[in-house]
Design a binder for this molecule. Structure first.
Ligand code: KG4
Ligand code: ZN
Length: 353
């Protein structure tokens, strides 16, 4: 029997198994991560080797450099993840991997490592979308969280409102028509002379600032659940360039604060409308920008005001990690979804649905 046919049977059996250990591989951007998670909720290990320091000197992620560093790191990350979990390789029931969205070369390193591992252990391979993984970061952060809920996805590559009806059933109410919110944070940080990645840096300097600029987002999308952040980004870029031309001081703290305040207001107001119109009882934030304290405070207050429960991933699961991929893989497996063949390849873009 060939690998896939054998795995179909094993995959089907896993759905009934009491304790399922999934090892996941994540390499979509500049973090090489391998995690081992039991039953989609208990993280036994979640090893992350970050390349941030390497890419910082370039002001952003250089794809080719990222791929090479994944190759260098992945075997050690794997050994560490096994050791930290205190298990034997043979205990692993399935291997999961981020197959997209992300950087093609970076993803390929993880996909091929995962394929080799799944084949050698003779266990099923599960393909997971990175964005769905970000949602699952909440399942490992909050053990009792179950769908349905409204999800505000705020990552470096996506910004969307998703009505999550079940683990594997969701519909997108709206998304960004241009820049993702994380991308806007990164670009604004860059023009302000702050290092990569920009989001946490903006948050840091904004702590000493106040709202002295009235930035705005496009009103034309007000009646939709779509977002646009390229306008405000350009507004900040133009402001900074004008000031530089006039030899004026760049008011980094106040610009950062005013930008962050405007963007988080917009996210909060659209999430609030979605909650009310869909009568949601829970709001879940997902993705790297979910680490932002001002955003979490605004969402939390808004949820309190309308008796909705608010969830955000614990900080270490906000940005890229394999724990969230292992969790998502478990809930896919439970619904019989995601079993991959050995010709699985990476996809730079995966449709968010
Ligand atoms: O969700 P993520 O891993 O990106 C994608 O999967 O695309 O998160 C990375 C993004 C970056 O744009 C980073 O600047 C942003 O999340 N980010 C933040 C914060 N921490 C990370 N943005 C605002 N405030 C933060 N504290
Ligand atoms: Zn991510």
């Amino acid at each position: 029997m060939n690998y896939y046919l054998r795995m179909k049977e094993k995959f089907e059996n896993l759905r009934q198994k009491k304790d399922v250990l999934i090892l996941a591989v994540e390499s979509s951007c500049d973090e090489t991560s391998i995690a081992i998670v039991r039953n989609g909720r208990d993280v036994l290990s979640n090893v992350i080797s970050s390349q941030i320091e390497i890419h910082r000197r370039f002001g952003g992620v250089v794809p080719e450099v990222a791929s090479r560093n994944h190759v260098l790191a992945i075997s050690n990350v794997f050994e560490d993840a096994i050791k930290e979990a205190g298990i034997k390789k043979e205990d692993i029931d399935a291997v999961a991997v981020t197959y997209g969205a992300g950087l093609m070369g970076a993803l390929l390193v993880g996909v091929n490592f995962a394929k080799g591992l799944a084949y050698s252990l003779d266990v099923p391979l599960i393909q997971v979308s990175h964005v769905h993984g970000h949602i699952a970061a909440n399942y490992i952060s909050h053990k009792s969280l179950i769908p349905p809920f409204m999800c505000l996805m705020v990552s470096g590559g996506h910004t969307a409102l998703l009505n999550v009806e079940d683990y594997n059933k969701m519909s997108m109410l709206g998304s960004t028509v241009d820049d993702a919110v994380g991308e806007a944070f990164d670009k604004v940080a860059r023009v302000l002379g702050l290092p990569y990645p920009g989001g946490p840096e903006i948050e840091k300097v904004a702590q000493g600032g106040e709202k002295t600029y009235n930035f705005s987002v496009s009103k034309s999308l007000n009646k939709t659940y779509n977002f646009s952040f390229s306008g405000i980004k350009t507004e900040v870029v133009n402001l900074v360039h004008n000031k530089k031309q006039k030899n004026e001081e760049i008011d980094v703290k106040n610009i950062a604060f005013s930008f962050q305040d405007c963007v988080t207001d917009e996210l909060c107001s659209k999430a609030s409308r979605a909650i009310k119109n869909y009568n949601a009882k829970k709001l879940v934030v997902a993705g790297g920008v979910g680490a932002n304290t001002m955003l979490k405070n605004k969402l939390s207050k808004m949820c309190d005001d309308c008796s909705v429960q608010f969830y955000a991933p614990i900080l270490k699961y906000c940005t890229d990690n394999a724990g969230m991929i292992a969790s998502m893989a478990y809930f896919m497996m439970k619904d019989g979804l995601g079993l991959a063949r050995l010709d699985l390849t990476a996809k730079p873009n995966v449709e968010l649905r």
